[in-house]
Design a protein around this ligand. Sequence first.
Ligand code: 13P
Length: 258
Amino acid sequence: MHTPIIAANWKMHKTVSEAVDFISGLKKEEATFSDRRVIVAPPFTALRPAADALSGSSIGLAAQNMSYAESGAFTGEVSAGMITDAGCTYVIIGHSERRHLFGETNEQINKKLVLAFKEGLKPIFCIGETLQEREADETISLIRQQITEGLINISAGDIDSLIIAYEPVWAIGTGRTATPEQAEEVHRVIKETVQEISDKGGTPTVPVIYGGSVNEQTIESLMNQDNIDGVLVGGASLKLESFLNIIRFRASVLPEGE
Ligand code: 13P
């Protein structure tokens, strides 16, 4: 069993001061979730102030995206080196909003993954099917394709520091969470597929986290599944109190005085 990974994707929300205030509040509570791996992904503009606010903490910092190019004439893009320089150790790659709103392809996502590993970043590689694909019974083949095309030329050693996020597109921001059993089934296939690609025998080791309308009510039943190693939370991560309640699901360490 992996240490539970609880990641906040703030998408296009929070100014610098809002991000720093949130992080200061989160840091104060850190002793209550020392047995969880907590990651926050603010927008680009807040990354450096967020890194400064996180100093001395073991909460991880992620960028929400990066360029598929290393440097050059790519107006508006931000490179892997720049986000590392801003203090990130993680980067979200291939989020469904990037795929569907901005037309990112598996090929571009693969380039990003290659560059992220080259830079020493830990990617949170997002995959997931649309409702149409699920209804056409294409979920498993689509997921396998996203993984195999996304991980071309990535070494087994690099795959060891990968996190995969399964985010069914139909469950994102819709209030419609995949049932724990639906997510569990796909997570198992994801782990087996990654294990095949990295050509390792034995028990699959890649952590796979679930995203899509996760909240304080659904966290526990999701985390009860064997192959759900954590969550990537959008809307419910924007308020400190609800994010803390998600982090502390089945808390084994209680806040001082409780
Ligand atoms: P919601 O939790 O708002 O559905 O967003 C999920 C997501 O896309 C996290 O990356």
